[in-house]
Design a protein around this ligand. Structure first.
Ligand SMILES: [Fe+2]
Length: 174
């Protein structure tokens, strides 16, 4: 008796190689994915540096800065996954090597075991740097009509502006 199992339709794309049919054109979502690379790289770099300060900070405000940097690196850890998965939703490969992050990041890879106030100043500067990377990526995403990425990145921008404020207040002598 002949099998009644339906044959795969040759006209349908291999699901693993799909092209997203979301209304964005390939040239548009590829540009958005490209703009997300530096956001992912900056987020990874800032994650590592923020965790480094969490470990190595000392001084009068140790406990406050230890807890603040813990909240900030945990938020970054979740954001890294969200940003990478956005790149995948757009059909592009997510960069996942330290070399790629080093090449794409606007945030310097540097020693954070410095004087306590310099550690905090480094994070204040780097939160400002990622804000600029985010604004550039938001501009590109907006120009490509990718409102989902604009929405995600706008929330990230608000978070890094707030991180900068909290670090500045924690570092003040008042
Ligand atoms: Fe910890």
């Amino acid at each position: 008796m002949a099998s009644t199992k339906p044959k795969p339709n040759a006209d349908l794309a291999d699901p693993a190689q799909f092209t997203p049919e979301t209304g964005l054109k390939p040239a548009e979502y590829r540009q958005v994915a490209e703009a997300l690379g530096p956001v992912l790289a900056d987020s990874y770099q800032l994650f590592i540096k923020t965790q480094g300060v969490h470990w190595n900070i000392s001084g009068a405000n140790f406990f406050g800065l230890h807890k603040l940097t813990e909240a900030q690196y945990q938020d970054l850890y979740a954001a890294i996954d969200e940003i990478a998965e956005r790149i995948r939703s757009l059909g592009e490969p997510a960069p996942a090597t330290y070399r790629a992050y080093g090449e794409m990041s606007n945030i310097r890879d540097e020693e954070t075991r410095t004087a306590p106030m310099d550690q905090v100043r480094t994070l204040i500067r780097d939160n400002g740097t990622i804000c600029k990377t985010l604004r550039a990526a938001i501009k590109t995403s907006d120009e490509m009509n990718d409102v989902v990425t604009v929405d995600m990145l706008t929330a990230r921008l608000a978070r890094h502006e707030q991180n900068g404020w909290m670090l500045r207040m924690s570092a003040s002598d008042a």
